[in-house]
Design a protein around this ligand. Structure first.
Ligand code: NAD
Length: 257
């Protein structure tokens, strides 16, 4: 094995949901820099198109935006059909679209509770399934990567976050179940559990940054999307051929205390 080539993604292609901004955009950029062709899948089509153009201009890779609501199986089916027409085969999917509402469990409405489970857990499943079906159809195998969270492992304080924690814990165990079911198709299924990463998702909570830092080992810091590039590249590349059913916690040490 040539270590210089091990982490390259030349010749690989796949989609990244929630790829228009934040963590998904950063991962899409990194994958393209390493030689992959990318589908940016997002509800926000305008932003997804801008991101796709930006990455193509910077890297010369084929990057196409698709409008898709990951909670809607019909929308996911249309996205994967369009993807297949444009890219033919698939080597990886990054099921990363996610939302956070911050409602207290005592007050939360059924609609709001369901909306978070729908995007963060059901949406991960629908897009993972779409990718896996294409991998099975073309007998390629591949790597399915979902974005879970350290909230699958701890309960974030002082914010109220029960629905989010439940959805992310679901992603971790879903990952293990799919890894077992899809091993026979040579499909690896893993997830990443980031700690606090400075994106729009947590922008409304920025007054809590000092509180969170106090809960971390002395000298730690909060994360940036770039801090996750290494682990996503590892999971999409041939460097991780023996990794499946894993949940990779990357949190600056938050969950060890
Ligand atoms: N930022 C953090 O601190 C943090 C920590 C742990 C895990 N995460 C997870 O990382 C993932 C990415 O988060 P981020 O911080 O980049 O968030 P973000 O809000 O910056 O980006 C999320 C993207 O997902 C898209 N999206 C939302 N709902 C969608 C839907 N139904 N269908 C299609 N696209 C949809 C949005 O349009 C947006 O482009 C999420 O799953 C989030 O839960 C984030």
């Amino acid at each position: 094995m040539d270590t210089n080539k091990m982490f390259r993604l030349d010749g690989k292609r796949g989609f990244i949901t929630g790829g228009a901004q934040g963590i998904g955009k950063t991962i899409a950029f990194a994958f393209a820099e390493l030689g992959a062709d990318i589908a940016i899948v997002d509800m926000n089509f305008g932003k997804a198109q801008n991101t796709a153009n930006e990455i193509t201009q910077a890297t010369g890779r084929k990057v196409i935006a698709y409008e898709c609501n990951v909670t809607d199986p019909t929308s996911v089916k249309k996205m994967i059909d369009d993807y297949e027409k444009d890219f033919s085969t698939i080597n990886f999917s990054v099921n990363n679209a996610g939302i956070f509402t911050g409602d207290a469990a005592i007050d939360i409405s059924p609609e709001t509770f369901k909306s978070v489970i729908d995007v963060n857990l059901n949406g991960v499943f629908f897009t993972a399934q779409a990718a896996a079906r294409l991998m099975v159809k073309h007998k390629t195998g591949g790597s399915i990567i979902s974005t879970a969270s350290m909230s699958a492992h701890i309960i974030n304080q002082p914010q109220t976050i029960a629905n989010y924690c439940a959805s992310k814990a679901g992603v971790v165990h879903l990952t293990k179940a799919l890894a077992v079911e899809w091993a026979k198709y040579k499909i690896r299924v893993n997830c990443v559990s980031p700690g606090y990463i400075q994106t729009e998702l947590i922008a409304t909570l920025k007054d809590l940054l000092p509180v969170w830092l106090e809960k971390m080992p002395e000298g730690s810091r909060l994360g940036y999307p770039e801090d996750l590039i290494g682990i996503f590249v590892y999971l999409a590349s041939d460097a991780s051929l023996f990794a499946t059913g894993s949940d990779m916690i990357v949190d600056g040490g938050y969950t060890i205390l």
